[in-house]
Design a protein around this ligand. Structure first.
Ligand SMILES: [Zn+2]
Length: 152
């Protein structure tokens, strides 16, 4: 399977570990959104879209946050999660992910390459060029329009 397109949307704020979102197209026919580029302790890595796994109260059946000791609805004691689900990987369940190391590496390198390209382009756009200034102005104007509430 080939990765045929990677779209990067930078989300860079100082001190944030989330650096960017990526939308990846496979074989020109399947798209996965919400892939993330995250600054980890050992450098950048790619995280697949995930959902938080919830626990359920054994007495009333309401959802409780993973790791809660008591049910916020009925106060029943929640048994501690099994050791196997105490790490992040099983609290956050991937919704779509590669199932072998080879494809995981391929995906990660494609996404990180696209991320670095996008960053390079973004820093070039910051350079004073009349054309890019105009573009930026247009972008800012349209942003303003969006933020004005339609009170009329
Ligand atoms: Zn309960």
């Amino acid at each position: 399977m080939e990765i045929t397109e990677v779209r990067i949307s930078l989300r860079e704020h100082e001190g944030r570990r989330l650096k960017s979102y990526a939308t990846v197209t496979f074989d020109n026919s399947f798209v996965v959104r919400n892939i993330k580029v995250i600054e980890g302790n050992n450098g950048l890595f790619v995280a697949m879209p995930a959902r938080k796994v919830k626990q359920f109260c054994p007495r009333c059946g309401k959802k409780v946050e993973m790791g809660s000791k008591y049910c916020s609805n009925c106060g029943a004691q929640i048994p501690p999660p099994k050791e196997s689900v105490q790490n992040r990987q099983s609290i956050h369940q991937d919704l779509a992910h590669p199932i072998n190391q080879q494809f995981r590496d391929y995906l990660q390198s494609k996404v990180l390459d696209a991320y670095h390209d996008k960053k390079k382009m973004a820093s070039q756009e910051e350079a004073p060029q009349q054309q890019s200034d105009e573009q930026q102005q247009v972008q800012e104007e349209s942003k303003d329009e969006e933020s004005i509430p339609s009170s009329e």
